[in-house]
Design a binder for this molecule. Structure first.
Ligand code: DGT
Ligand code: CA
Ligand code: CA
Ligand code: ZN
Length: 569
């Protein structure tokens, strides 16, 4: 077991103990231990072998023993017992935004609340507001939070969905009856979250495929089974719809089941206006053989529309006039800017990150560790940041890597819109990403003003994760996105497209218009490890959904153009 897993378990233990209402000093001891472990740079196993764990501040005998057990056996009976001693419904309540373990303990003790359902009913009856420390506002927030959770539980992040569906598709491809397999629906349109999986297969012999599909280990239950159409529930709880069509219908079926519904409705209307009828089987009465989606679009007088754009956001009109943009592709990316190292809360060192970027074939890599106010993320004080700038200069001069390193920061936007470092520091950096990490609860006006002030700072290069949302976990903070986009353009600043699959922020629905107004984008993985660099792919998907071309995206530009841009901004 590695350090990060152990830290997560120690934090979990603290939360669970707090849920049970245990001694706050004991709870704090686990939190402190977890935090101090973050700062240990040595290999934890060697520290343990040399019996030096207790030398780490905040780690006493009891916690030392637990860490040793975890390192040696990958398990901790104390932790398992603790988990088992808590009603599972209480753990679920932990997911309600704004409800911490202390408050949940009060709900449990005073109102015997042990599940989300019971909590919802108690709020509806006005029982929660009467508890000390709760009040009407808290009660309303809890109800709001539960409503969001119910929505969240119906969908899955695109990135996680792909991890589940990809191996299934690979297995299907190997079946001899299968002529072609495609993922359809929102998954193919690369929507940030998906409701279910739609898998389309071409075959002249569907029965054996359906028999295979409905009897696999990954299937939890079969919802409906027919010879050409089935629905199953995967072990992960997600539904998958599978349809099998003859090869000659494949293009039509693919077009139909890719959707979106709104896009398809428009296509059917265009067909109708031309005197045809379009459905998932054919375009009648056209006799000509239409094989691919491209053929079908062409028959309707349209150029091919990539799945990402099929949202009825103006793509039909653009395809009628051959005006679709040449969308950015993964291979256009030449580097990325928003990345963390072990200097703040990343899991890999600067050089490991550079090596990772080099392996991806990138011309440049920007390092943007957290700033000093982000103490929860081990933000850098001025001295450490200046050291990092020096370190980067040395590595660049040494020409040890093919990838050029830019020194940057992810600088906190303070409550009043000021930045977390003074100008003398900021001016020594190649670029500055500015982000909100605290005080999420400001009203819309104040939050908008705060962010615009940060955009007006001459040293700001780009705005990080604009809305602070975490998909299926946390709603955006209140802000006027239109005003922020306009302020970014007016001040010549970039807005990032944070490519972390849980953020994908700024949202694709805003990019199309923003880029027409002149806004530039940077696709930023917000990587906290070498593997995290891979998130750039999720960002490219969303950039495509936002109609972006490689010219709209800073990190698709060659090194020389980027250097010039950064030196002028
Ligand atoms: P999701 O699953 O909620 O993330 O979104 P989709 O788009 O994957 O929707 P889903 O799975 O219900 O259906 C897959 C596709 O099938 C959808 O994108 C378009 C097509 N489709 C489904 N229902 C209808 C419908 O009532 N009318 C039309 N025209 N197409 C439909
Ligand atoms: Ca779907
Ligand atoms: Ca479906
Ligand atoms: Zn951040």
């Amino acid at each position: 077991m590695d350090k990060n897993e152990i830290i997560a378990i120690l934090e979990d233990i603290a939360t669970l103990m707090e849920l049970k209402g245990e001694n706050p000093f004991k709870v704090r001891a686990y939190r402190t231990a977890a935090r101090n472990l973050e700062n240990v740079e040595e290999d934890l196993e060697s520290v343990a072998e040399e019996n030096r764990l207790h030398e780490i501040p905040g780690i006493g005998k009891a916690i030392e023993e637990k860490i040793t057990t975890l390192l040696q056996t990958d398990q901790l009976p104390f932790y398992e017992d603790l988990k088992n001693s808590i009603p599972p419904g209480l753990l679920e309540i932990l997911n309600v935004p704004g409800l911490g373990s202390k408050k949940i303990n009060v709900l449990y003790k005073k109102l015997k609340i042990t599940s989300l359902d019971k909590l919802k009913k108690a709020c509806e009856k006005g029982k929660v507001r009467k508890l000390a420390g709760f009040g009407e506002k808290t009660e309303a927030n809890i109800l709001d939070g539960i409503a969001h959770l119910e929505q969240y539980s119906k969908r899955t992040l695109w990135w996680s969905a792909m991890v589940m569906v990809q191996p299934i598709v690979e297995k299907l491809k190997k079946l001899k009856q299968v002529q072609e397999v495609k993922i359809a629906g929102s998954l193919r349109r690369k929507l940030e979250t998906v409701g279910d999986f739609d898998i389309l297969i071409a075959s002249s012999n569907p029965e054996p495929i359906m028999d295979w599909f409905t009897s696999q280990d990954f299937v939890e239950s079969v919802i409906a089974k027919g010879s050409t159409k089935s629905s199953i529930r995967l072990n992960e709880g997600i539904q998958a719809d599978i349809r099998i069509v003859p090869k000659e219908q494949f293009g039509f079926a693919l077009l139909y089941f890719t959707g979106s519904k709104e896009h398809s409705i428009r296509l059917r209307q265009i067909a109708k206006d031309k005197g045809y009828s379009l459905n998932e089987y054919a375009l009648t009465p056209l006799k000509k053989k239409l094989i691919t989606e491209t053929d079908i679009y062409r028959a309707l007088g349209l150029t091919y529309i990539p799945p990402e754009l099929r949202e009825n956001h103006g793509e039909i009109e653009a395809a009628q006039t051959k005006g679709l943009p040449h969308l950015i592709e993964e291979s256009d990316i030449r580097g990325v800017f928003h990345n963390h190292t072990t200097a703040s809360d990343g899991h890999n060192t600067l050089e490991q990150m550079v090596k990772g970027a080099e392996e991806l074939g990138w011309e440049y890599l920007g390092i943007a560790d957290h700033s000093k106010s982000s103490f929860q993320a081990n933000g850098l004080d001025e001295e450490s940041l200046l050291e990092q700038i020096d370190q980067i200069k040395k590595i660049n001069r040494s020409k040890k890597y093919k990838t050029h390193i830019f020194s940057g920061t992810e600088c906190d936007i303070l409550k009043n819109g000021n930045l977390d470092y003074a100008d003398e520091i900021l001016k020594q950096l190649d670029y500055v990403v500015v982000s909100v990490h605290t005080r999420f609860k400001l009203d819309e006006k104040e939050m908008t003003k705060r962010i615009i002030k940060a955009l007006e700072n001459p040293y700001t290069t780009m705005l990080g994760h604009m809305t602070g949302r975490l998909l299926l976990r946390r709603e955006p903070y209140l802000l006027n996105t239109e005003k922020i986009i306009d302020a970014a353009i007016a001040n010549g600043k970039i807005i990032e497209l944070n490519a972390n699959p849980q953020r994908l922020d700024m949202d694709w629905r805003l990019w199309h218009r923003a880029k027409e107004k002149g806004l530039k984008c940077s696709i930023n993985p917000d990587a906290h490890s070498v593997e995290g660099l891979e998130f750039f792919r999720a960002g490219v998907n969303i950039a495509r959904k936002g109609w972006l071309t490689k010219d709209d995206v800073l990190n698709a530009w060659p090194l020389s153009r980027v250097k010039k841009y950064l030196s002028q901004s």
